[in-house]
Design a protein around this ligand. Structure first.
Ligand code: ACO
Length: 428
């Protein structure tokens, strides 16, 4: 191997593959000619070593626990920015000037309603339906009300599509919440900012005057910022993969919502609270559940622990843990689940099994505690994650289309039956 290429010796021949440079972090071996030259393909289950794209949106350093949006460290963004600004930054690559910010907000406000017929679709879901299933279906249904395909060669069209998606998606998230609770649904209020507007659409009671609680709005804003993008994770890769077939934005995002729903991905925030409740109901014996998680004959895993990329700590978890403490204090809430979470964290972080495998609490370990303190039903937690992740999905979809990435189509190493002749039914 030299600095800028890798040499592969195979079948008595030598092949060279160039190394693609990065600004920071992993460099990649360009193996696009590998199969043509050698007849071999690579096999990398779960894509643990495979770069699927070139990207300039988000960078994370899993060994050192660092996360950057467009080069800005997440700690600075979480402290100083707000979710609307972060959406702009992810979508456009730079922090907005005051004029750009106003115009972005105006663009979102233009679409701050959802066609009334969509309510009929919402109505037919039973209240018992999981909000993520409802959200994914409603997002897909938006296509029917906005049938025109985005012209990716027009910056104006791309901007409008992003602003429309951002505006309407907050309604769909709020509507799934209202549906779950059996409350009448609302449209947006353009006098409020994005997070306030979402908060009002969710929490306004039909029989009371509405007040914005700045503590809750601030907490929501921070949570949404922390979830806004995370490079090529499962749901984002899904959005890019579906979009690579030139499928529209709404349908691609709808697929991303389904991917996010899984308990190994965004669904972990719901699973964490369910696990903490289970431990509490079972007498609060934290050590017993740590042992279960270590037992290879037991399917139980400590939800909210471990991450494919972070092998040190999840920087978002550090910020959220502090936010959870602040919010519970500010709202005067004592939560037994938080006590159990703290014990679990202590025991696991000292245990050889977790230490040697570099398993640390991830973002979902604490986010559920905040959502619970805000009175959000457990099944809604992953919807909150989806609202946060939306700007990441749109930015990555847009990048994929602007780079003109080819359709995603992995290969396989086939290990099934050899070629054989069909056997008639009577002869089987
Ligand atoms: N509890 C117990 N053991 C675990 C856990 C866990 N939460 N996570 C990983 N391990 C163990 C595995 O059993 C494996 O052990 P082994 O080497 O003895 O076989 C080793 O740690 C490596 O685990 P993998 O599953 O190979 O790691 P991978 O990178 O594929 O998975 C994942 C990462 C899916 C996040 C995993 O850690 C997990 O299931 N965590 C719980 C679910 C969760 O919190 N998901 C949220 C992720 S963050 C997000 O999506 C926002």
């Amino acid at each position: 191997m030299s600095d800028n290429k890798v040499v592969l010796n195979y079948d008595g021949k030598s092949f060279e593959y160039p190394i693609i440079d990065s600004t920071i972090g992993d460099r990649g071996i360009d193996i696009s000619k590998l199969r043509d030259q050698t007849g071999l393909i690579t096999l990398d289950l779960g894509y643990k070593n495979t770069g699927a794209t070139l990207s300039d949106i988000t960078y994370l350093d899993g060994d050192n626990g660092e996360l950057y949006y467009r080069g800005y460290p997440i700690e600075q963004i979480a402290e100083k920015s707000n979710f609307t600004e972060v959406m702009y930054l992810l979508l456009h690559g730079e922090l907005p000037t005051s004029d750009q910010f106003q115009s972005f907000q105006k663009g979102i406000n233009k679409y701050n309603f959802v066609a009334d017929e969509m309510k009929k679709i919402l109505d037919v879901f039973p209240r018992s339906a999981h909000p993520m299933g409802v959200l994914s279906s409603l997002t897909s249904a938006l296509t029917a009300f906005n049938p025109r395909a985005v012209d990716v060669n027009s910056k104006e069209d791309l901007d409008h599509a992003a602003e429309m998606m951002i505006a309407k998606f907050s309604h769909l998230c709020a509507w799934t919440y209202r549906k779950k609770l059996g409350l009448p649904i609302n449209h947006g209020d353009n006098s409020l900012n994005y997070v306030e507007n979402f908060y009002k659409m969710c929490f306004r009671r039909p029989n009371e005057e509405f007040h914005l609680d700045p503590i809750v709005v601030g907490a929501l804003d921070k949570l949404l910022i922390l979830h806004a993008d995370h490079e090529q994770n499962c749901s984002t890769s899904t959005v890019r993969m579906v979009g690579s077939a030139h499928t529209g934005l709404f349908a691609s995002v709808s697929a991303g919502i389904s991917a996010l729903w899984g308990p190994l991905h965004g669904g972990a925030n719901q699973a964490v609270i369910e696990m903490l409740e289970l431990i509490e109901q079972d007498g609060g014996d934290v050590a017993k559940y740590v042992e279960k998680a270590k037992n290879k004959d037991d399917n139980f895993r400590l939800m909210g622990f471990g991450h494919r990329v972070y092998k040190n700590f999840d920087p978002r978890a550090t910020i959220i843990k502090k936010a959870a403490d602040d919010i519970l204090n500010a709202l005067g809430i004592e939560d037994k689940a938080l006590d159990i979470a703290m014990q679990l964290e202590r025991v696991a972080l000292e245990d050889e099994y977790f230490v040697s495998r570099k398993l640390y609490p991830n973002v979902d370990f604490y986010s559920g505690i905040i959502y619970r303190a805000l009175g959000i039903p457990t099944e809604m937690f992953t919807v909150m994650f989806a609202l946060g992740r939306l700007p990441g999905w749109i930015s990555q979809w847009k990048e994929m289309r602007l780079h003109n990435d080819p359709i995603g189509r992995p290969r396989q190493v086939y290990q099934g039956a050899q070629k054989r002749d069909y056997v008639d039914f009577s002869a089987r």
